[in-house]
Design a protein. Structure first.
Length: 583
């Protein structure tokens, strides 16, 4: 039989000449070391392969081997509390095998083959089962119950089933006889092509916010469960720290954190911090509901492109069990740069700034896999995607940022000047936006307060007024402003410093419950109304400042514990006394 032999090697791009046996997007094994690759192009004479491991030492005329299947993720118990590279090789096992550096050609299974899981069956002998149905469960971690799903395309009758007990992922759990008379033996694991979205019964309308505990996001620029957001910002603006905060505190059931082309130290920080932190709801280790995909900047560039799809496939798998999943991608710009590098090696015609012409469609394919859905099993689940963007020189007009804006509805623009002023999260309230407010209005009215969005809009108007007034102040100083406009500047300072600025290292400020956020907004609004009344009787703003009431409002975030919010009610009397003291 004719062999497929390597004809040329150009970094991660390998070509085979005059061999017609491959299929598009087929996974292949390249060379003597059997490096993992994928067919990305076929023409009359050449087959082009994208290799996901280092091709150093690879030689012409080495053989390329078929797999007969597309590049897939292994989905089963053992994913959580684990760390994988971009092609789902377990890095803990890799380290035990080859030390601290990842070596190529090591075909380690993604999931532990020998670990025993305590399985409880949810179906019985002779039951009719359908694709996507939950047929058994096991405790994957102390926080998450793993739910085993009937694979896609399998519908029929259970003809054999094991008893509840301990099994490993290779054991057959049940056998299903379909209507064509074919028997399917099901284990705990199923393979799924990473570039193909997993099917759902229905995509539902978004209505519920993802609560993050970060005031600037929850109040001003919220994201819905099943939504998509982008965090663009220049170097040092705080993209990674913002994503860390969201991963730690958001109310998603499961976090998938994809470190795509970023520095290894950042992934190390995630590993160490998440091990030490406790989940705020269950007080169990945060790693029990987290999976890390680490494809750092010194790892093969082609695997960086695959890591995004590996992460979103794992997120969809847990969504199909009925969980709400949040995926953090840090950063999609490094992913786009991988596309650009491979496109250059393929000698494709470049588009803007050298990126391939298909960059917008690839970004769309990724973000469109977010959503709030009804699963095939009838449960509700969601995948929320939050992608960091790293535009060079903080230039938001570059292609990755602009194309990302087309496909996300929350845009949290990080401002380097705010970061240098130690204002974190450095989200610029003039450049950022959220299009989810209308979708979430009913939820706010029912679960928070009917006046919540009115309060939010009042605060935004004050901040926008401050921006306009500061243009005048820069030219001629603040002394010429009338007293009502001076008051607006002071209230805006309270909002900026006392509300928007948040300390990730303070125990009371790193996470703020929605109830406290609402009460803080109400206090600021009440203070403004009382101050306007005082100023209207020809009193000066300086007299109000001298009472210290503005500074007291700024300190609320630190001084009022999150578990004693009734203490906030005493501030109303304090505000009234301060205003009454002005003669």
């Amino acid at each position: 039989m004719e062999k497929a032999l390597i004809y040329s090697i150009n970094g991660p791009v390998v070509r085979v000449k005059d061999y017609s046996g491959f299929k598009m997007l087929e996974m292949v094994y390249v060379g003597e070391k059997k490096l993992l690759g994928e067919i990305i192009g076929i023409d009359d004479h050449y087959t082009t392969i994208q290799v996901y491991e280092s091709t150093t030492g690879l030689r012409v005329n080495e053989e390329v081997y078929h797999s007969g299947a597309p590049l897939c993720a292994s989905l089963g118990p053992g994913i959580l509390d684990n760390i994988f590279d971009g092609i789902q090789r377990p890095l803990k096992d890799m380290a035990a095998l080859s030390g601290m550096y990842v070596t190529e050609g090591k075909g380690i299974p993604a999931l532990d083959q020998n670990r025993q899981w305590e399985v409880t069956f949810k179906v019985a002998l002779h039951d009719e089962v359908t694709e996507g149905q939950i047929f058994a469960t096991c405790p994957e971690t102390s926080l998450i119950e793993h739910r085993f799903l009937i694979p896609l395309g399998i519908n029929g009758k259970v003809i054999s089933i094991q008893k509840d007990g301990k099994y490993n992922i290779k054991d057959n759990l049940i056998s299903v006889l379909d209507k064509h008379g074919k028997t399917h033996s099901l284990t705990m694991v199923q393979e799924w092509p990473i570039r193909q979205p997993r099917p759902v019964l229905d995509r539902k309308q978004i209505y519920m916010p993802l609560i993050t505990g970060q005031r600037v996001i929850d109040t001003f620029f919220p994201i819905a469960k099943g939504g998509a957001a982008a965090i663009p910002g220049g170097f040092g603006a705080g993209k990674t720290m913002t994503q860390h905060q969201l991963a730690k505190w958001c109310d998603a059931d499961i976090i998938v954190y994809v470190g795509c082309g970023e520095r290894g130290n950042e992934m190390t920080q995630v590993l160490h911090e998440f091990k030490e932190l406790l989940d705020p709801k269950s007080h169990k280790p945060l790693t029990d509901r987290t999976v890390l995909i680490a494809n750092t900047s010194n790892m093969p560039v082609a695997a960086r492109e695959a890591s995004i799809y590996t992460g979103i496939t794992i997120a969809e798998y847990y969504r199909d069990m009925g969980y709400h999943v949040a995926l953090m991608a840090d950063s999609t710009s490094r992913w786009a740069e991988a596309l650009r590098e491979i496109s250059g090696r393929l000698e494709e015609m470049p588009a803007e700034e050298g990126f391939p012409a298909y960059l917008p469609s690839r970004i769309a394919q990724f973000y469109e896999r977010a959503g709030y859905v009804e699963t095939l099993s009838g449960n509700e689940g969601s995948v929320t995607v939050i992608g960091a963007v790293s535009p060079q020189g903080a230039d938001f007009s570059e292609p990755v940022t602009q194309n990302t804006k087309r496909f996300v509805r929350s845009f949290w623009a990080l401002d380097k000047s705010l970061a240098y002023a130690r204002h974190f999260p450095a989200i610029n309230w003039n450049q950022s936006y959220s299009e989810y407010l209308d979708d979430l209005k009913r939820w706010y009215d029912t679960n928070v307060d009917r006046k919540f969005l009115t309060l939010r809009n009042e605060m935004m108007n004050i901040l926008h007024e401050e921006t306009q007034l500061m243009e005048i102040v820069k030219l001629i100083g603040s002394d010429v402003l009338p007293e009502d406009q001076k008051l607006s500047l002071e209230i805006a300072r309270v909002i900026r410093v006392g509300y928007l600025q948040q300390n990730a290292f303070h125990p009371e400020d790193t996470y703020v419950p929605f109830e406290k956020q609402l009460k803080m907004l109400q206090l600021i609004s009440y203070t403004k109304a009382q101050a306007v009344r005082v100023v209207s009787t020809h009193r000066t703003v300086r007299a109000i400042i001298e009472t210290g009431i503005f500074e007291d409002l700024i300190k609320i975030k630190y001084e009022i514990p999150n578990n004693n919010l009734d203490a906030l009610d005493t501030y109303y009397e304090m505000i009234d006394l301060a205003m009454a003291s002005i003669q």
